[in-house]
Every structure is written in C-alpha cells, then in structure tokens.
Design a protein around this ligand. Structure first.
Ligand SMILES: NC(=O)c1ccc[n+]([C@@H]2O[C@H](COP(=O)([O-])OP(=O)(O)OC[C@H]3O[C@@H](n4cnc5c(N)ncnc54)[C@H](OP(=O)(O)O)[C@@H]3O)[C@@H](O)[C@H]2O)c1
Length: 364
C-alpha cells in the first residue's frame, strides 16, 4: 500500500504536478495570494466544483462560459463573476490563472487544449480526456508548459476510500483475494453521456470513474485486462458502443477483480458498490457519489463493523489540492501522467471486448 500521506491526503505516486514557482499567482490587497478561476460549463458538476473552488481562500471566480449565453450569464451571476460568454475563448479577457472545465468530453478536449496553450492551469471535471490520443496531448502540453492539470477523479480524496485503504493496509481483511465492483446508472439516453462521440464512450466516461481509477489507487496498475460488453437497450445511431461492460483485471499480488459498469438499471436498484474479499475478512463499500458513502468491515469472526462519514468532503479536498498545486506547495492526486493510465486501461478494455474478451497485458 503506497500513495497516501499520514494526514490522509492523497499522495500521487507518479510525483504529482506542482506549478513552477514563477506561475504562483498574484497577491491581492491585504497580502492574500489570489487566484482567478474561469469556469467552462454551467451544468450540475460545474456548480459542485465551483462551490468547492470558491470556498478555497483567495480564489475568485472571474468568468463563466457555457453553450447557451443565458445559462452562462446566470451561472456567472451566482458566483459574482463579472463576465459571461458563450465563446469560452473570450474568458482570456478575464485574465484567469486557471480554468475549471465541466463540459461534454469532446468539448472538454478542445477547451483543455486551448487553456494549456494559453498558459492556464486546468481542473478537469471528468476523465483526463475523451480518449488516449487526446490524453497524450494534454500530458505533453502540461509538461511542456509546467502547468497543473488535475483530472476529476475525486474518489482519491474521499474519506471512505481512504478508510478502505487504511483497513486493507493494516491487514484488516488479511491477504486480498479478489475485488468485485458494480457501478450501474440509469443514464438519460438523450444526454451527451449516451453519445459515443460526445462522451468518448461509457468505458472512459463511467467505468474509469467507477471504479477503475480508485481501484488502481488502492492496488496499483493491473497487469492484465479482459472484457466483454454488450449494447441492448439503446441501440440508436451514435449511442455508446459499450452500454454494459464486465471487465476482469488482475492486480499485483494475484488480486483478482471483476468490474461491472453500465448505463442500464431500474431506477430504484442500488448498484454502486465495491466488495474486497481477503483471507481473513472482507470490506463491503458503498462509496457513494454525491454522498459521503460508507463501508462495512467484516472481520473473520463476528458481525460487521460500520464506518460512516458525516459529509462528502472530497470535492473540497480536491479543490484545495489543485489550488495548492498551482500555488506550488501541494501535489494533486490525478496528474496527467497518472490519469492517462485510466484511458490506457479503457482502450485495452475496448480492444479486449472487440476481440471476444481475450486477456491483454497492460505493459510496463
Ligand atoms: N462525481 C463526479 O466527479 C462526476 C459526476 C458526474 C459527472 N462528472 C463529470 O463532470 C463533467 C460535467 O458533467 P455534467 O454532468 O455537469 O454535465 P452537464 O450537466 O450536461 O453540463 C454540461 C455543460 O457543458 C456545457 N457545454 C456543452 N457544450 C459546450 C460548448 N461547446 N461550449 C461551452 N459549454 C458547453 C453545457 O452548456 P449549456 O448548459 O449552456 O447547454 C452545460 O452547461 C463531465 O466531465 C462529467 O464526466 C463528474
């Protein structure tokens, strides 16, 4: 078990991304270090993450862009940002230090590229990019310009995942034998999430988040991947190619894993869980999405012990880490050199599915 600091904050193994000291942002009146953040997108997650950023001391929301100008205007007004636009490039006139990108993933790719070429740090709301080639470009640009980029996987900042990591790390389940995860959502077929081109597909959009990314954080990069997928309910042209996916992964130490994810489920069915079975116990995690989640630890004998959490602090912790990295004194948990591995896995999962589910090695 590596990758965690004693204070519980995520400690990204690949070294994290800190801004070059010269990019640490200006001082506002009163001596506070101020940072101006522009927001692209005005949907559900833009509101969640803008709240988290605005709560970090010294952060100002300087502008908002959205496809529909009236939505951009309303969003900007909510955060006292003096500028709104339906052309995100115009956000440059607000002199931002960083951009929060909360848009469909193909749009996100375009916006992130623009932001990095404009010398701006980027907090990405979702996966690093819609696909592997776009992720490589993000990694290249961020490294070349020494800019902070953080992908949106907030699980690495979430208490329930940290508690699971602690329990596994201290041997509370013995030696880990296998992991079983399920992440089904009742996805709106009219949304961009269901659109293969706009989203980059269900595997990148959804399976990478729930739960490839946090499982990789717990167990490292898997050595093999195999997957089968189908598409039965929404088969209209342009709908995601892989509607439901069952992937099999092997992690170091002969840890076996099956990960099921998909866009079809009855609304009321609860299907968002991770079970970790060990030689001397088990964890049943309900990692939550907006909510804090909880977990049950089953020791070898006796009843389960519940671990509950009062609030979901992950988005705020991630926002603080991002701002800290831009200011040059913190690291982020999902820098491009690490978050690209999720897209690498997504590509292998799709490749395996295309070849009838054969196992593929992930490579060094
Ligand atoms: N827990 C999590 O971390 C979590 C959960 C769910 C989703 N996500 C991620 O969060 C991100 C945003 O998802 P969401 O659910 O908030 O999406 P959403 O509610 O559908 O909002 C998308 C926003 O993008 C805007 N947009 C679309 N095309 C645009 C363009 N060409 N230029 C500028 N803006 C454009 C839309 O504008 P209009 O409103 O003006 O039409 C809308 O405001 C995605 O990356 C997603 O994967 C993360």
């Amino acid at each position: 078990m590596t990758g965690r600091r004693r204070d519980g904050a995520a400690d990204p193994r690949p070294g994290g991304t800190r801004a070059a000291p010269s990019t640490v942002v200006r001082r506002a009146a009163g001596g506070r270090v101020s940072m101006r953040v522009a927001v692209v997108g005005a949907g559900r997650m833009a509101a969640v993450r803008t709240r988290a950023l605005a709560d970090v001391e010294g952060v100002e929301i300087c502008g908002a862009a959205s496809r529909r100008p009236e939505r951009a205007r309303a969003f900007a007004a909510r955060w006292d940002a003096g500028f709104s636009t339906d052309r995100y490039q115009e956000l440059a006139t607000t002199a931002p230090d960083a951009v929060l990108v909360e848009a469909p993933h193909r749009v996100q790719d375009e916006v992130v590229r623009w932001a990095l070429e404009s010398g701006l740090h980027v907090l990405v709301g979702g996966c690093l990019a819609a696909d592997l080639p776009a992720a490589r470009e993000v990694r290249r640009l961020a490294a070349a310009r020494r800019l902070v980029v953080e992908a949106g996987y907030e699980a690495r900042y979430k208490e329930v995942w940290h508690r699971a990591a602690e329990l596994v790390g201290e041997g509370a389940v013995g030696e880990v034998l296998c992991v079983q995860s399920t992440a089904l959502v009742d996805q709106d077929p009219a949304s961009w999430y269901y659109d293969e081109a706009a989203s980059g597909g269900m595997i990148a959009t959804h399976l990478s988040y729930a739960f490839l990314n946090p499982l990789r954080w717990l167990f490292g990069m898997p050595s093999t991947v195999a997957a089968v997928t189908n598409r039965k309910v929404r088969t209209h042209p342009g709908a995601v190619a892989h509607e439901t996916c069952v992937a099999t992964l092997t992690f170091a130490g002969d840890v076996l894993c099956t990960a099921t994810a998909g866009y079809v489920k009855p609304t009321a069915l609860s299907a968002w869980s991770v079970r970790i079975l060990g030689s001397a116990g088990a964890l049943d995690m309900m990692p939550g999405d907006d909510d804090p989640g909880h977990l049950l630890h089953y020791p070898r004998r006796g009843g389960p012990r519940a671990h509950t959490f009062d609030h979901n602090t992950a988005f705020h912790a991630q926002a603080r880490a991002f701002v800290g990295a831009v200011r040059g004194h913190e690291s982020v948990a999902n820098p491009p050199e690490d978050a690209i591995l999720d897209l690498h896995l997504c590509q292998l999962i799709a490749d395996s599915a295309a070849r009838g589910g054969i196992p593929l090695r992930t490579g060094p």
